[in-house]
Design a protein around this ligand. Structure first.
Ligand SMILES: Cc1cc2nc3c(=O)[nH]c(=O)nc-3n(C[C@H](O)[C@H](O)[C@H](O)COP(=O)(O)O)c2cc1C
Length: 192
């Protein structure tokens, strides 16, 4: 829904579930996409997982995005429905953030941006990650799926030659981008 004078925009939220590296891979892949910009928001939980699971500093992750927003800035552009975006992905998405989105509890900018995405009927993709899943987690995800949210758990992929973690991550990133009509050079579609 970008206009001739505006790029298409994807809001990227990172919350504190495991697999933080997926967010880095998506932001890197998005840099190859001409005509798109990314708007990043990172939770406190994600600061922890990024530090624990990756070799990237928060500053380095923020530098991959076109715009990085402060989690506390609920006056940021992405907090308003009048700011045009193609939608939002939360990658990875913790069960706390799943609960916040499912129940409209918009206490930080990531949750507010997701709430806006829902109210504007835009695409929302959640790489919801926890295992095993409790009934609370499952019920919250059913609630979201009923509203049209795409629940895309970061599960392992063993086909398409995706034998390495990197290949599996790229496969997931390609699936996310596909949801927004983009092609990713490292994503191979099944041809039978
Ligand atoms: C190393 C690490 C891994 C975690 N992995 C998960 C996970 O996979 N899923 C999840 O729901 N929470 C996970 N958590 C817990 C969340 O980070 C925690 O519930 C946090 O409050 C989520 O807040 P946020 O959604 O605002 O980021 C993890 C925490 C740490 C420190």
């Amino acid at each position: 829904m970008g206009t001739p004078s505006e790029p298409k925009r994807l809001v990227v939220g990172i919350s504190g579930a495991s697999c933080a590296n997926l967010a880095i891979r998506l932001l890197e892949a998005m840099r190859e996409q001409s005509g798109w910009e990314t708007h990043l928001v990172v939770t406190e939980g994600a600061r922890r997982t990024l530090e624990h699971e990756t070799s990237c500093t928060l500053e380095a992750v923020a530098a991959l995005a076109t715009h990085a927003h402060d989690l506390r800035n609920i006056g940021a552009s992405i907090a308003s429905g009048t700011f045009r975006t193609e939608g939002m992905v939360v990658i990875p998405c913790s069960m706390k953030t799943v609960a916040g989105i499912a129940h409209g509890y918009s206490e930080n900018l990531l949750l507010r941006a997701a709430d806006v995405t829902l109210k504007e009927r835009r695409k929302l993709v959640l790489l919801a990650r926890e295992t095993p899943l409790s009934l609370v987690h499952l019920k919250n995800m059913v609630e979201l799926a009923t509203m049209g949210v795409v629940i895309m758990p970061p599960v392992l992929t063993a086909y398409q030659g995706a034998g390495t973690v990197e290949a599996m991550e790229n496969h997931l990133v390609g699936k996310v981008m596909s949801e927004f009509g983009m092609e990713f050079s490292k994503f191979r579609r099944w041809k039978g």
